[in-house]
Write a protein that binds this ligand. Structure first.
Ligand code: SF4
Ligand code: MG
Length: 326
């Protein structure tokens, strides 16, 4: 598979001491969906903002289609915008309330001079609305006249308007009612199928990730601690933190129920990252070595990487009998 995006040792340090993103590397192939998961504050949204070039990294490189886009001019950024688009979490605040649905979905085309006149813009808008299952009759409606799910459809089709090769979707369904989430997820999947777009899919919801992702990257305190194909990840995560995240997901069938692992406390602050393994203050199987030696992200199975001194090729849950919470 060709690499569409390649991120190497990316760091973002705010105010000289807040290590929001602390050395992240991954790649994304064409048509692939990589889910970036973790608790809020783990740095996943900062990674998405770095890739969208909304903020500059402190260190590291971002290559897109082989080109280094880590530090580029505003002019070059405009052409990158045609290739890398975004869908944000909150369809209520991300759509301009003073623009009609038609104006919203065609705005990227207008910005890039790709619609010649009002009539063309209108017919394009109608076609785009229909592509996400909205009636073309709504082309003159205001965002407030749409439901949350409909607004997110507008956000999605606007992101697709320029035919991007990559869409960064930051929690695109978490602000929506559970009842409409699967519709919006299906639209994202259908659009991907149709257009061949790759997704960097930021989420804290494992059920959605299981549905959407080809590969999963788990972040903890600014670092990727596990990176694996979806099937291998859900069959047996190798990092205790990933195991804990998964254990919190309700099982689809009692036989698939995981031993619940409750983590002590909240994640530490990115201002004072623990020594050694940054997860050691909450890890149920931490040993002395974990306090002093930082585990590298290394292969533990086929295409499956984990950053744990004790990652093994068998389920971690089976080693947790004695530390398991009731
Ligand atoms: Fe836990 Fe140690 Fe593995 Fe870190 S390296 S996840 S503290 S067992
Ligand atoms: Mg976030």
């Amino acid at each position: 598979m060709n690499k569409l995006l390649e991120v190497t040792d990316l760091k973002k340090i705010f105010g000289g001491s807040v290590r929001a993103v602390d050395g992240v590397s991954f790649s994304l192939a064409e048509r692939e969906t990589l889910a970036l998961v973790g608790e809020s504050g783990c740095g996943k949204s900062t990674v998405s903002r770095l890739i969208l070039r909304l903020t500059n990294p402190t260190q590291g490189t971002i290559r897109f289609e082989g080109k280094d886009i880590t530090r580029i001019s505003q002019g070059a950024l405009k052409s990158i915008r045609r290739e890398i688009q975004f869908v944000f979490q909150d369809p209520f605040s991300s759509l301009d309330p003073r623009m009609t649905a038609g104006e919203i979905v065609t705005e990227p085309l207008s910005v890039h001079g790709l619609v010649r006149n009002g009539r063309e813009r209108r017919s394009t808008a109608e076609r785009l609305l229909q592509a996400v299952g909205l009636s073309s009759k709504h082309v003159d409606n205001w965002p407030r006249q749409f439901s949350g799910g409909q607004r997110q459809r507008l956000g999605i089709i606007r992101a697709f308007a320029l035919g991007p090769r990559l869409i960064v979707a930051d929690e695109p369904v978490s602000a929506l009612d559970v009842s409409v989430r699967s519709q919006v997820i299906n639209i994202l999947q259908d659009m991907q199928e149709d257009k061949g777009t790759a997704y960097l899919f930021i989420s804290h919801d494992m059920a959605t990730v299981r549905h959407m992702a080809d590969r999963v990257a788990v972040m903890y305190l600014g670092k990727i601690v596990e990176l694996a194909p979806k099937t291998s990840f859900f069959a047996g995560p190798q990092h205790p933190y990933a195991e804990a995240l998964l254990s919190a997901v309700p099982a689809s069938h009692p036989s698939k129920r995981r031993r619940r692992i409750l983590l002590a406390g909240d994640p530490p602050s990115p201002i004072s990252i623990p020594s050694g393994c940054r997860f050691h203050t909450r890890c149920p199987i931490a040993q002395d070595v974990c306090k002093s030696s930082e585990p590298p992200l290394k292969p533990v199975a086929d295409n499956h990487l984990a950053a744990c001194h004790f990652a093994q090729a068998w389920p971690i849950a089976s080693r947790l009998k004695d530390v398991d919470a009731p």
